[in-house]
Design a protein around this ligand. Sequence first.
Ligand SMILES: *[C@@H]1O[C@H](CO)[C@@H](O)[C@H](O)[C@H]1NC(C)=O
Ligand SMILES: *[C@@H]1O[C@H](CO)[C@@H](O)[C@H](O)[C@H]1NC(C)=O
Ligand SMILES: *[C@@H]1O[C@H](CO)[C@@H](O)[C@H](O)[C@H]1NC(C)=O
Ligand SMILES: *[C@@H]1O[C@H](CO)[C@@H](O)[C@H](O)[C@H]1NC(C)=O
Length: 490
Amino acid sequence: MGRCFSGGISIWVVFLISNLMMCGVVSGIGANWGTQASHPLPPDSVVSLLRQNGIQKVKLFDADYDTLTNLGKSGIEVMVGIPNDMLASLASSVKAAEKWVSKNVSAHISSNNVKIRYVAVGNEPFLETYNGSFLRTIFPALKNVQSALIKAGISNQVKVTVPQNADVYESSNGLPSGGDFRTEIHDLMLQIIKFLSDNGAPFTVNIYPFISLYIDANFPVDYAFFDGNASPITDGSLTYYNMFDANYDTLAWALQKNGFGNLPIIVGEIGWPTDGDQNANLVYAQKFNQGFMSHILSGRGTPMRPGPIDAYLFSLIDEDSKSIDPGNFERHWGIFTFDGIPKYQLNLGTTNSGSVVAAKGVHYLERKWCVMRPSASLDDPQVALSMSYACGLADCTSLGYGTSCGNLDARGNISYAFNSYYQMNNQLDVACKFPNLSMITKTNPSVGSCRFEIMIEPYYGGAGSERRLGILQRPLSLAAVLILVWQSIM
Ligand SMILES: *[C@@H]1O[C@H](CO)[C@@H](O)[C@H](O)[C@H]1NC(C)=O
Ligand SMILES: *[C@@H]1O[C@H](CO)[C@@H](O)[C@H](O)[C@H]1NC(C)=O
Ligand SMILES: *[C@@H]1O[C@H](CO)[C@@H](O)[C@H](O)[C@H]1NC(C)=O
Ligand SMILES: *[C@@H]1O[C@H](CO)[C@@H](O)[C@H](O)[C@H]1NC(C)=O
């Protein structure tokens, strides 16, 4: 950003760069590309989506072969991820770490020119819900991966980092200046931070004002956004107008207090979901993400750390197979819907088009839906069973109070669940055979903000294919359940 718009460079140079590369090449904004979806967009479509929108950096949660192959020669910077469930094996064996680096980093750089810049070791390993499962493995795994990068001769271009939830630090006085790492993990955090610092690596933090609002109804809503409408908070000589700055600076203080005031900070995840909760909607998401982008584009930084902010939006695309343990909103973080359509106007400052644009050449399944038969009765005893079966295996997170389909009546609810199940199972006939209750229609049942989806053609390429084929086994189990249901009423 700074490099794009800062003074010093002649306006003509900026003009030329803008025309050639639309400034995207030097922009600071990245995006998280997760793939926990029943019907992920094929990686080549995602890479063109990133390029069309001038997104020059991606953060991945694993090192999927196909994904990395498609990022080759794209010029897009990549942070590859090591999932938490691999930490134990990488912690216990340098050899395992060397194999991981060789196959998942070195090979992609040398054979295909993938611009891998970071390895994210684990993902929020200190999260309280993990009950400390990764406390013993995270640091040894980090060290082994770093050794492997050195051995592979790529430690100058590829840096390690550990994406942390912002709950690893807290404030003793409720202000950024009171920031320090949580007492129970203080020593371990400092060992990790010293190691990152010694190796020229950044601290990565995920910051979520939405979650603050979600868990605390009294959280001042305006403070989550960037409009400057909240009452400012004064901390010594510094003033805070939004939660992001305050949270980021709480980390900056924590680092400074412990002797690492210059450690670079990356915002690994930041964003706002659009569905699944009353505060997860298009208006708030647009307001938050656009506000954040304008903040980034201004190059002002935060009171403690003026200057460019390095950040990855969370996230690029919706993922309908994510766990909903955190809440129903978890499947709706995308700037784009699962099929690559922008959900709202968003100017990333990276292209001349003024707003993000949709993925091209997306292949959909047929235009047909599974709905509740008009003649079926709501009193039919199979209704509840069928609905919970469908919702259990498909995605009903757009139903419920304050959601995009929250205004459907009981029949609408049931149809929504049936259709979700049918589409997730690639419109197989057997997936629309809820006993005497369902039928296939060619009339789009979508109403208002409630979209009855049609899935895209399943993508079977690459190393992830076995995992993705799993969904196809579900119609068999449905068939089994239906047989049981029929038997029980005969
Ligand atoms: C490379 O990464 C993939 C995806 O995360 C993983 O399944 C695989 O085990 C890794 N390869 C090695 C040799 O560790
Ligand atoms: C963490 O501990 C709680 C309470 O003991 C338990 O219910 C939960 O299943 C544990 N979670 C994990 C991931 O081990
Ligand atoms: C199917 O539904 C119709 C209309 O509600 C009902 O008359 C019929 O008995 C049902 N058949 C079975 C097998 O449940
Ligand atoms: C529709 O389903 C949602 C969530 O499953 C529920 O909260 C709501 O009450 C249902 N609406 C009707 C009219 O049944």
